[in-house]
Design a protein around this ligand. Structure first.
Ligand SMILES: [Zn+2]
Ligand SMILES: [Zn+2]
Length: 288
């Protein structure tokens, strides 16, 4: 299974030489199991960099999973090239929000005066699926949703395929219970033995003390979650719009002692746009 980040920024896209290492695009992650099923998590500005390689399926068939409907997670949708392809099928998965089906929420936003065109005017075929708490299957991948601890709610996802587990929990506050959210032990159980976890780590602990209840987590709590869940690799996600490359590197350096205290040591980095992680078993050793 391959996981490619197309955007790891929260709130607003940013640009400038101080953001080149981790990138400035907002949330979008491409997940490709070995069978080639095309799964995309969120449609932030990073989705403009997702392109059809033309080599896989015809017609193009995409599975677009949304965590929630805050603008940083869907502002790129109308710039996703396949929405204008009459041969594309785009299946959209999202949770009900504020008592409304995700289809209603998305359609009301992708319409004038907020957007020059509506979903119905786009050329691709859209198929909507409501995400509750039940697992569903996409190709060889099992997808498990969990409610997010975030204002207005949402869903996080675990994607299990090829004997590997990837968990995506962005816009999730570990130390505060929002309506409909889950507890720290529930998130730890959900992440258990994940090969890779991308988790919202927008704040440091002192920053979090001033923003409790805003729907995001601090690095220290995310590392503790990864420890308790025995996660193999952790990617800090949803970088604040003012968080420069140097600031992210400084946070990782400060946490190094905490990270290395785990046995075996937790592999931890800040998620960078454009970076691909390949989850696969090492080749079997030849026996004589
Ligand atoms: Zn966000
Ligand atoms: Zn949000």
């Amino acid at each position: 299974m391959e996981i490619t980040c197309r955007g790891s920024r929260g709130a607003l896209p940013v640009c400038g030489k101080e953001f080149l290492k981790y990138g400035g695009e907002t949330t979008c992650v491409e997940v490709t199991p070995a069978d080639g099923t095309r799964i995309i998590l969120d449609a932030g500005s990073g989705i403009q960099h997702v392109h059809d390689d033309g080599a896989r399926s015809s017609p193009q068939h995409w599975h677009l999973l949304f965590t929630h409907a805050h603008l940083d997670h869907l502002l790129g949708l109308i710039y996703f090239q396949p929405v204008f392809d009459p041969n594309a099928v785009i299946e959209i998965y999202g949770p009900p929000l504020q008592g409304q089906p995700f289809e209603t929420v998305l359609s009301s936003l992708i319409s004038p005066p907020f957007s020059p065109i509506t979903l119905a005017e786009m050329n691709a075929e859209f198929i909507f699926h409501e995400v509750d708490r039940n697992r569903f299957r996409l190709g060889t991948a099992d997808v498990l949703p969990i409610p997010l601890n975030h204002p207005g709610g949402g869903r996080g996802y675990a994607i299990i395929s090829d004997n590997k587990k990837f968990v995506f929990l962005t816009d999730n506050e570990l130390d505060f219970l929002h309506e409909g959210g889950a507890s720290f032990p529930e998130y730890a159980a959900f992440c258990e033995d994940a090969d890779l976890l991308f988790h919202d780590a927008e704040y440091t602990q002192p920053e979090y003390a001033r923003r409790k209840g805003w729907g995001h987590s601090c690095t220290e709590s995310v590392i503790r979650l990864a420890w308790e869940a025995k996660v193999k690799r952790l990617g800090l996600f949803h970088h604040g719009r003012l968080r420069t490359d140097a600031a992210l590197d400084a946070i990782l350096t400060r946490q190094e002692e905490l990270i290395r205290a785990q046995k075996p040591p937790l592999r931890c980095s800040a998620v960078a746009a454009g970076h691909t992680t390949v989850l696969q078993d090492p080749p079997a050793r030849a026996t004589r």
